[in-house]
Design a protein around this ligand. Structure first.
Ligand code: CA
Length: 438
């Protein structure tokens, strides 16, 4: 089974994500929606999903919805094995109907993606920093105890709280039981979501979270730090000692469970997530790759420095170099703890927002280097066109997929070098237009 904690992995694109978690919904708020707050939730479009998967045709969705009761009854033996009683099962599932709107959301492939700086602007701003400091002060005793028990930095925990739900003030609106039941019986991810549905039943059977409080994103992530039901099962703890693992309404349980998650994923106590770095223009940008791990000392030898003549506190740590916006933007050396944050939220822009918000909550400065805000991020169709044009110029990219991976970046670099530009591999509108011959 594919490990999946947050819904971003449903889409599988870094930076091109469906609006499924509160964190993502925050980014959509000022987008195109003109729906008034009192409007009823939108219904299923009745259309086939964009994935083209055979279980996502309109006919297949309708057929699966018509079979919903039988599907749920078919899952009863597995629920029984997990010590869910028949009475609980009946009470929880009797009135369930599928929420087919989720099928639109499951296959949503946003045409336009946001830039790294758009994500960071929304998720790390003065309001969120001020509010986070208030929360750290208000819950000081809890953070003291959690930090002592798990060795995970309180600022990271508060930053996850801030990024995932704006400290519990933004959350999904869907009952987790209904969402996971829908996805367990309809659509292309049924095996995965069967596990989530059965885990939801277990949570409710044990009484860890009350049914009316178990609401979340369409993919079933719930609570201020967005646990999926299966991650709840693996990591949730009862830290306030009331006998329930309440990762929705108990701040102690939420923070301890989140800390436990990070610790078990390999958090290094006392270490940073990474550093903002300056990348020289003559750098070999192909080294900026998640697969390229070197010690900080080695990166320094290759010319990587910190802004404002700051020193690297430790030079023996392994790091990879992330340059999200080419030579015109900041670079980042990412340490083990960044990888741990990536396991929590697998989009690099999100993980960086969490790391940066943590630094700001601690009193750190904004990034020293500016982002190339004049650049517009290429849309999916533009990225496909870019790949097709590069292929026409003789570059071997494999099948164009709209995802700018290693082969595409390598081709862009070579093209940039041949055209007298700094070969940073960053796909810009200017490169696309040059390839178009304009
Ligand atoms: Ca508790």
């Amino acid at each position: 089974m594919i490990a999946m904690k947050r819904c971003a992995q449903l889409v599988g694109l870094v930076g091109a994500v469906a609006l499924c978690a509160p964190a993502f919904a925050q980014l959509a708020q000022n987008a195109t929606s003109t729906v008034s707050p009192s409007a009823p939730p939108p219904e299923w479009s009745g259309e086939a999903g964009a994935s083209g998967h055979p279980l996502m045709t309109a006919e297949a969705i309708r057929a699966a919805a018509g079979n919903f009761r039988q599907c749920l009854e078919g899952l009863w033996p597995q629920a029984q094995k997990r010590h869910v009683t028949r009475a609980t099962y009946d009470a929880l599932t009797r009135d369930l109907t599928p929420d087919l709107r989720i099928m639109d959301l499951l296959d949503n492939q946003p045409e336009f993606t946001k830039s790294f700086w758009d994500y960071l602007d929304v998720l790390v701003n003065e309001d969120r920093i001020a509010r986070g400091r208030e929360m750290l002060a208000q819950h000081r005793a809890t953070f003291d105890a959690v930090e002592k028990a798990y060795g995970v930095d309180r600022h990271i925990l508060a930053a996850i709280w801030g990024v995932e739900s704006n400290y519990g003030t933004l959350g999904g609106e869907r009952p987790v039981l209904r969402s996971t039941a829908t996805l367990a019986c309809v659509g292309r991810r049924q095996p995965y979501f069967r596990e989530e549905f059965l885990s939801t039943l277990e949570i409710l059977q044990r009484g860890d979270v009350k049914p009316e409080r178990l609401i979340g994103s369409w993919a079933g992530a719930f609570g201020p730090t967005q646990f999926m039901p299966t991650t709840f099962k693996r990591f949730a703890v009862d830290f306030d000692g009331d006998g329930r693992r309440d990762v929705v309404d108990s701040v102690a349980d939420v923070m301890a469970s989140t800390a436990n998650n990070l610790k078990r994923d390999g958090w290094v106590t006392g270490a940073s997530w990474g550093y903002e770095v300056v990348v020289p223009a003559n750098f070999d940008f192909m080294l900026a790759d998640r697969a390229q791990n070197h010690t900080v000392a080695e990166w320094a030898r290759l010319g990587i420095t910190r802004p404002n003549n700051q020193r690297f506190p430790r030079t023996d740590e392994q790091a990879y170099l992330l340059i999200p916006a080419g030579v015109q933007g900041p670079g980042f050396l990412m340490l083990q703890n960044f990888r741990v944050i990536m396991k929590y939220n697998p989009a690099e822009a999100y993980a960086l927002a969490i790391g940066h918000l943590a630094d700001r909550l601690r009193g750190g400065e904004a990034f020293a280097q500016a982002w190339p805000r004049y650049e517009r991020v290429l849309s999916r169709s533009e990225r496909l066109e870019l790949q097709q044009l590069l292929a026409q110029h003789g570059y071997d990219l494999g099948e164009p997929d709209g995802q700018l991976g290693r082969k595409t970046r390598s081709a862009i670099r070579d093209y940039q070098a041949k055209n007298g530009q700094i070969p940073d591999g960053f796909a810009t509108v200017a490169i696309l237009e040059k390839l178009r011959g304009r």
